[in-house]
Design a protein around this ligand. Structure first.
Ligand SMILES: O=c1[nH]c(=O)c2ncn([C@@H]3O[C@H](COP(=O)(O)OP(=O)(O)OP(=O)(O)O)[C@@H](O)[C@H]3O)c2[nH]1
Length: 193
């Protein structure tokens, strides 16, 4: 049994691979025939499912992982949400800068935001499970240049993600929670084979 990760994002492939090492299963990225998958759904889990379905069409044997994540800002009605990676042309740094501009003049107490991660794990018997995690914080008034969303997302120790003492902290909670559940779900499924 192999695990295929439905992403072209190298960083995502890396953290999911790391998080699944304990399964002992071989982990690969998706086949070269699959082009970039358009994220047309309005929810993280919907988009994660789209990624999985795209790979399932060409692979009926593997366990397939699809993940979608993003940042939702309360004051902006949940924006950018599923559009976090692409609501404006450019880099995550450009988009993070835009978010700070949109919140100009709003006090920190009203700048609540949440990172969300949804993983869909699809098994070759046709079943699938959604695993999710979230990390709450605030959008800072200043920005650390070059750090993307990590340079504007303030945690309760008053440091943004990119300033956290442990580097591991930067891509952590929401992803880690979702992966933790995914590991449990996979273990259950494999134990029942
Ligand atoms: O600095 C950050 N720290 C984090 O902890 C974090 N969690 C999510 N994100 C951002 O959310 C979007 C995901 O987009 P996304 O899931 O659509 O991925 P993607 O389009 O790159 O890959 P794919 O899986 O679709 O191929 C991207 O802009 C990520 O940078 C984070 N940024």
């Amino acid at each position: 049994m192999e695990v295929v990760i439905a992403t072209w994002n190298k960083l995502k492939l890396e953290w999911i691979t790391q998080g699944l090492l304990q399964t002992g299963l071989p982990i690969k990225s998706m086949s070269k025939q699959i082009e970039d998958i358009e994220e047309t759904e309005s929810t993280f889990r919907g988009n994660a499912r789209l990624k999985v379905e795209c790979v399932r069409r060409v692979d009926s044997e593997s366990i397939i992982f699809g993940e979608d994540s993003g940042l939702s800002v309360e004051m902006l009605g949940g924006f950018p949400g599923v559009k976090t990676a692409r609501f404006l042309e450019g880099t995550d740094d450009d988009r993070a800068k835009k978010i700070v501009e949109l919140l100009h003049g709003v006090p920190v107490s009203k700048r609540k935001a949440v990172f969300h991660s949804s993983i869909v794990v699809s098994f070759p018997d046709g079943t699938d499970v959604v695993c999710e995690g979230s990390m709450h914080g605030w959008i800072s008034t200043d920005r650390i240049e070059g750090e993307g969303y990590g340079g504007i997302f303030l945690l309760s120790n008053n440091l943004v993600l990119s300033e956290q003492p442990s580097k591991e902290y930067t891509m952590f909670d929401h992803h880690r929670q979702a992966l933790f559940q995914a590991n449990l779900v996979m273990k259950d499924w494999l134990d029942n084979q």
